[in-house]
Structure formats: C-alpha cells, structure tokens
Ligand binder design. Structure first.
Ligand code: AMP
Length: 247
C-alpha cells in the first residue's frame, strides 16, 4: 500500500465523531467524548515529506514526551496539594493510542485562554490589579514546573487556560500543549523557556512590560533555583538584542 493510502486507512474511528477545533502543522486537536466524558483529542498526523520510519520514530517520541511532561506536572500537583499548596495543573491523560498517535486529555471546561482573557481585560480597561494577581500566579506555576525540571518548550499565553469561576485570590490556571516539552535540569533551558514566553507575551500583549516583570518577580520568589535561571535569561536576552542589532 502507498504511504498516502495507509494514512487514509488509518484514520481512527473515534476521530470521525469528534469535532476538530485546531489544525496545526504537527497535530490536529479535536473535542469529543471518551467513556462518557468530554475530552480533547490531540492527533499527531503523519508527515508525508518524511521517510515513514523516521516520521514514525519522531512522532512517537513527541507523543511520549508530551505525556511524560504532563504526568510529571500532575504528580507534582498531587504532592503539593497534600501540602495545601496549589500545584501545577495540567489536563488528566485518559488514554494514549500509540498506533494512531492520539492523546486523550481532560477537557478543561469553562475555561478561557490567558491570551483571550488579557486581551479582553485590556480592551475593557478593567481593573489591572486582577492582571497583576494573574501574573503572580503564572510566575508561581512556571517556577514549580521548572523546579520539576519540566521545560514546556512553547510557552505562550494561549497555552495557559484560566478556569472561570475561580476567585481572584484563588486563580486556577492549567498549562496545556506540552508537544515541544522535555525534561532538563539545565538553567539555560529554563532561561530560554522564559525568554520564549517573554517574546510571545510582549508581542501578543503590547504595553505589558511591567506585568511581565511582575511575573518574573513571582517566579524568582517561588523557585528554589531561580537565580541561575534568571542569570541565563539575561544572557539569552543580551544575545537576542545583539542578533537583532546585527540583523
Ligand atoms: P493546543 O494545540 O494543544 O494548544 O490546543 C489548541 C486549542 O485547543 C487551545 O488553544 C485550547 O483552546 C484548546 N485546548 C487544548 N487542550 C485543551 C484542554 N485540555 N481543555 C480545553 N481546551 C483545550
């Protein structure tokens, strides 16, 4: 069978009933049901431009990394909740189909992305105090994630969901899309993770420099290993500035 035929034949039946909510370059995201629950299904589809064996290996690795990082965050969440702290919220992984490269995740219902939330607060010129509390929370969660040596790899405000209904002092944030994540204890990797967020944050939300500084302050106060990470962040920022001057 030609590679494209085998691709068509392999569309899993559960995806036929699910509704696609995002078509990305690497994966498609669907909303569907699984054992009676509302779920998000992330399907990594084959890349026809790659050799099938290489593609299979890479796709499998990405799926494994995503699941591993989510589980690591969730394990830390369980531990910290025993200590009455809010941990790193990430969706429950219900099921992984390694044949079709589909991950079935908890659907975080009644949530909005932090991106949409900040945009609407800024558009309505609502109380900026609320955004400061949110920035504190983001800094705290990322500090905990990095202390677990999880590097997200694609930190943006679209990859953080804010569960509505939570009180201002009790904001519930859920991190999603660990597709580019990996495990590393290196301060450089954590610094780059924050740099990616800084770039995305400031370009998506203009005039939020102070807010981002507040996020970093909260990160610094919450992480046990922040000084080496912030030092690396400063180095990466400097390299970025030099590169843009040359370019
Ligand atoms: P992703 O490619 O993983 O960033 O997902 C694309 C979009 O699907 C996100 O921007 C969210 O709006 C939504 N989404 C992804 N995962 C979840 C989830 N676990 N619960 C609710 N919505 C999600």
């Amino acid at each position: 069978m030609a590679h494209s035929d085998s691709v068509k034949a392999s569309v899993p039946s559960y995806l036929k009933e699910a509704q696609m909510i995002k078509q990305g370059a690497e994966a498609r995201v669907y909303r569907g049901t699984f054992l009676g629950r509302s779920v998000i299904i992330k399907e990594r589809f084959p890349k026809l431009y790659r050799h099938p064996d290489v593609d299979e290996k890479l796709t499998r690795r990405r799926t494994t990394q995503e699941v591993r990082s989510i589980l690591r965050c969730r394990r830390a969440e369980e531990r910290t909740s025993l200590e009455q702290l809010q941990g790193i919220n990430a969706p429950i992984v219900y099921f992984v189909d390694y044949t079709t490269h589909c991950i079935f995740l908890e659907d975080i219902i009644h949530s909005v992305s932090v991106r949409d939330h900040i945009v609407s607060v800024q558009a309505l010129e609502q109380n900026p105090q609320h955004l400061q509390t949110l920035a504190d929370k983001i800094g705290e969660i990322l500090a905990q994630m990095h202390d677990e040596d999880v590097i997200h790899g694609d930190l943006t405000t679209s990859n953080m969901l804010l569960v509505s209904g939570a009180e201002d002092q009790n904001i519930k944030l859920v991190l999603i899309d660990f597709g580019l994540s990996y495990i590393s204890a290196l301060p450089e990797d954590k610094g780059v993770d924050l740099y990616v967020l800084e770039k995305a944050f400031l370009s998506t939300h203009p005039k939020t420099e102070t807010l981002f500084e507040r996020l970093l302050k909260s990160y610094t106060a919450s992480s046990k290993k922040s000084s080496a990470v912030i030092k690396k962040l400063d180095e990466v920022r400097l390299r970025g500035r030099k590169r843009s001057m040359v370019g």
